[in-house]
Design a binder for this molecule. Structure first.
Ligand code: ADP
Length: 164
């Protein structure tokens, strides 16, 4: 596991994870950036998926992206932390990794799911992200390169602290 600062749409990995919404039909933030970079064929494939539940994940091709696949997951909206948000956020990371494993993905990049428009506090979200990925890799005894792709130096500092 490592953390970097980058635009996730530029990463040449087997899969990038999209912080989507339940419709999977595009949105703002990282979702908008991924759809813009992948081109309209991504939206076409997403239309056929029938949406995605919070905490679940679905895979598509990457189209014009350098990444081979996009794994679309839906994070919880932050409502104060007592409405199941931690379990749902952990589900995003776990389900994304399960889907990745099923498709032979050896390298994957995650954005900081739910910490943008959905308002999840970065420190708490980062703790869950790192702990869930660590646990998954341990339980599955597997080799997968996991990149936490931060969009600001501030987020990178939080991830670096959590990973050390
Ligand atoms: P959510 O609705 O799950 O909160 P957002 O897209 O609003 O999703 O934000 C999730 C995270 O993705 C935020 O940390 C945001 O800064 C980051 N982000 C936005 N655009 C990009 C990008 N192109 N590459 C990587 N991270 C991005």
């Amino acid at each position: 596991m490592k953390a970097i600062t980058a635009d996730i749409t530029t990463l040449k990995v087997d899969a990038i994870v999209n912080a989507a919404n339940t419709t999977l039909l595009g949105g703002g933030g990282v979702d908008g950036a991924i759809h813009r970079a992948a081109g309209p064929a991504l939206l076409e494939e997403c239309r056929g998926l029938g949406g995605c539940a919070v905490g679940d994940a679905k895979i598509t091709r990457g189209y014009k992206l350098p990444a081979k696949h996009v794994i679309h997951t839906v994070g919880p909206v932050w409502r104060g932390g007592h409405s199941g948000e931690p379990e749902m956020l952990a589900g995003c990371y776990r389900r994304s990794l399960e889907v990745a494993l099923e498709h032979g993905v050896k390298s994957i990049a995650f954005p900081a799911i739910s910490t943008g428009v959905y308002g999840y506090p970065i420190e708490e979200a980062t703790r869950i992200a790192v702990a869930t990925v660590r646990e998954f890799l341990k339980q599955n005894e597997m080799q997968m390169d996991v990149v936490f792709c931060c969009f600001s130096e501030r987020d990178l500092a939080v991830y670096s602290k959590e990973l050390s």
